[in-house]
Design a protein around this ligand. Structure first.
Ligand code: ADP
Ligand code: MG
Length: 680
């Protein structure tokens, strides 16, 4: 049978089961045999009865001492008991309603049982185990795979179907080039697929997993590299002239750039001057000074005779950027304008006309920039801020408004470097790993509800000193409506009770942009002391006078998000505080709170977040247009990933188009598995 054939032709799969398998995304024989186990149960080594620990799942090998007893205790409930022994002790085994067990056991014969034991002061019992007679090993005597999801299929049935599938598939062809298998001492594919499902021992599992994860990660790495090649080879970009010096604007800044900012600007300047298109990701923690970097790059582009587009995820952020850009660039005669949803029709038409005529140098805005009627005269540089909010497709839509403009993508989500290489494998990466000097460390406290009163006193003290506070409520199940409601309720409560002497306002995602901007502006101007909000303020907002960030139900946020929120304070000269309110006794939650208190380093937090939540949740894979892995795990398999990256780079250098005969299998791998799944 061919791997592409439908799974219904496998023995044991009728129309019903085929439907169930479909829910597991298993449609073909190939899907079936690559539906890998989530974990394994070692049912290969029997334990002495006397050594069984209460609550553990164990295998025992024991002799039946009596016949199976049967007791009907009420209608529909019959209990079967069997007493067995080995040379260490006695165990009583119980099943419920399993009439097929009658006549299965003979006195004096040996059986293996696998199940959960209880041990109460030496009285050992086992409930509803699976079992085998001495010379069978259907359910025991080996390592048993446990599959991730089965819907109404039982583990036993799925295991049997997969076993049938593997049999009928015959010997599987190798999918990696022989030279790689040899050089990397990899298990052959055929063996790996057999052993991942039916391992003889733990070592088998490890080697098989390694081999399969290696293949998966290598395929993806090569696919990403080939994407990157497409950009750089096909796209003759703009060579911005050397004569336009970034230092002209740098010298006019009210502060000195950090070394990290300088280094990053050198990289950007180099890209801009090269005749290839820049495709660069700029990573830096909140407040590390990315915006300034983009302003300097924009200066160079404009002075070279090009227009610049700056795209931000929210209207608030875009407006704030406008201020920053104007502040620095207007003295140089550079014209900046804002295009967001709330701009009136008339004003918009006028804006678009001037844009087309080249009378606007820098257009800053939201998704509104992507609309078809936004036409530049000569777009040379595109900056997208907070990239994780935009899809890859949007990035290229905006770039297509120019003739291969340079592209700079900025993100404040710190991603461990190796992972960034995957997520943004098609981009070059620059990192600002240093904060501007004299930043005070934000003090972070995790508090439980008993401390509420003390917390309120503390907040009042800060407000009396002239400071302002944010209070953030979590999004409940991604539902903006409910979140808005909880924000309003909380704000009303504070207004009426605890903070009645101050001005308390709220802001949430369901409000009209105009209202939001209005409130934000008043908060910036210091007219509002306490701002209750959903996570809409998460991104980029800059109010230097705000010194307190209170996060409600902090246990519901991921670490990376908490860190983002915390970055809203500590932007001015004042000592700032982040208060994490939480209600949970879970160990993981406590661990997360501890990490937040211990460090302000976004990269450390990102790594911890990844570790505590796993890569799936961290990235929300879909959001990033990344292929989902069948076996590789971006966190646990980091060592494999590093190795694979080096190998992919080597292969790509020698044979960028994968044209060589020896790499034919790699080419097939890239095409088959990834090409259509990466969104460009
Ligand atoms: P990011 O965009 O990375 O969150 P910003 O560019 O908004 O950070 O910078 C945060 C604040 O720090 C801004 O007010 C900015 O003017 C200021 N800033 C940026 N670079 C420096 C620097 N090298 N020295 C002092 N202040 C700086
Ligand atoms: Mg260039």
């Amino acid at each position: 049978m061919h791997l592409k054939d439908e799974v219904k032709y496998v023995k044991g799969v009728g129309p019903n089961r085929a439907e169930l398998l479909k829910k597991l995304e298993i449609r073909t024989l190939g899907d079936l045999i690559t539906y890998y186990p989530r974990e394994y149960e070692d049912r290969s080594k029997p334990k002495k009865i006397a050594e069984c620990v209460d609550g553990e799942e164990v295998l025992i090998e024991a002799v039946a001492m009596h016949r199976l007893s049967e007791a009907r205790i009420r209608r529909n409930m019959t209990i079967y008991k069997l007493v067995v022994r080995d040379d260490s002790g006695v165990c009583q085994i119980t099943w419920f309603n399993q009439s097929y067990l009658k006549n299965k056991f003979e006195i004096g014969k040996t059986y293996r049982f696998f199940g959960k034991v209880s041990n109460h002061f030496g009285k050992i019992e086992m409930n509803s185990p699976v079992f085998d007679s001495e010379n069978s090993n259907k359910n025991t005597g080996k390592i048993i795979p446990i599959y991730p999801l089965t819907y109404q299929l039982s583990q036993n049935v799925l295991r049997q179907i997969i076993e049938n599938g593997i049999k009928i598939a015959g010997t599987l062809e190798e999918s990696l080039p022989e030279y790689l298998v040899k050089e990397q001492k990899l298990m052959e594919r055929n063996e790996a697929i057999h052993k991942i499902h039916f391992p003889g021992n733990m070592e088998d599992i490890e080697q098989a997993r390694y081999r399969l994860a290696f293949e998966e990660l290598l395929g993806m790495q090569l696919a990403l590299l080939s994407l990157k090649n497409q950009y750089t080879q096909e796209q003759e970009g703009i060579a911005f002239p050397k004569e336009i010096k970034m230092s002209d604007v740098i010298d006019q800044l009210p502060f000195h750039l950090t070394n990290a900012q300088r280094k990053v600007l050198e990289e950007i300047d180099h890209d801009m001057e090269s005749d290839k298109s820049m495709n660069r990701l700029l990573q830096g923690d909140v407040g590390s000074g990315k915006t300034v970097v983009s302003i300097i790059a924009a200066y160079k582009a404009v002075k070279s005779g090009y227009q610049v587009a700056i795209m931000a995820p929210t209207a608030i952020l875009a407006s704030q950027h406008l201020e920053s850009f104007q502040g620095i660039l207007e003295p140089f005669g550079i014209r900046c304008e804002l295009l967001i949803g709330s701009v009136t029709k008339k004003k918009k038409e006028e804006l678009l006309e001037r844009l087309k005529q080249g009378e606007i140098d820098i257009l800053i805005g939201t998704h509104a920039l992507l609309e078809e009627n936004v036409v530049f005269q000569n777009l040379g540089l595109v900056v997208t801020d907070e990239q994780h909010r935009f899809g890859v497709r949007q990035r290229s839509t905006i770039a297509s408004k120019g003739n291969h403009p340079d592209v700079l993508v900025m993100t404040a989500t710190p991603i461990p470097r190796t992972l960034a290489l995957i997520l943004y494998g098609d981009l070059d990466i620059s990192i600002i790993d240093e904060l501007p000097p004299n930043r005070k460390k934000i003090e972070t406290y995790a508090v439980t509800p008993e401390l509420e009163d003390r917390l309120n006193v503390f907040v009042k003290k800060q407000i009396e000193l002239g400071r302002q506070a944010y209070i953030v409520c979590p999004l409940v199940e991604e539902n903006e409506e409910i979140a808005a409601k909880s924000v309003i309720e909380l704000a009303e409560k504070y207004k009426k009770e605890v903070f009645s002497e101050y001005r308390v306002e709220y802001i949430h995602g369901k409000m009209r942009p105009k209202e939001k901007d209005q409130i934000m502006q008043e908060f910036k101007d210091g007219k509002i002391q306490i701002l209750v909000s959903t996570t809409v303020i998460e991104v980029g907002v800059n109010v230097p006078n705000a010194s307190i960030m209170i996060i409600q139900n902090a246990e519901r946020f991921g670490l990376a998000q908490l860190h983002q929120l915390r970055g809203r304070v500590g932007r001015g000269e004042y000592q700032s505080y982040c208060i994490l309110k939480y209600e949970s006794h879970s160990k993981v939650v406590k661990e997360r709170m501890k990490i937040m208190q211990q460090t302000n380093d976004g990269f450390i937090i990102a790594e911890k977040d990844l570790e505590l939540r796993g890569s799936g949740e961290f990235f929300g894979t879909r959001q990033h247009g990344l292929p989902e892995f069948k076996i590789a795990n971006l966190f646990e398999d980091l060592p494999i990933l590093k190795k694979v990256q080096a190998i992919a780079a080597r292969i790509e250098k020698e044979d960028p188009q994968l044209k060589l005969e020896k790499n034919a299998k790699l080419k097939a791998l890239v095409q088959e598995k990834f090409q259509d799944r990466i969104e460009i």
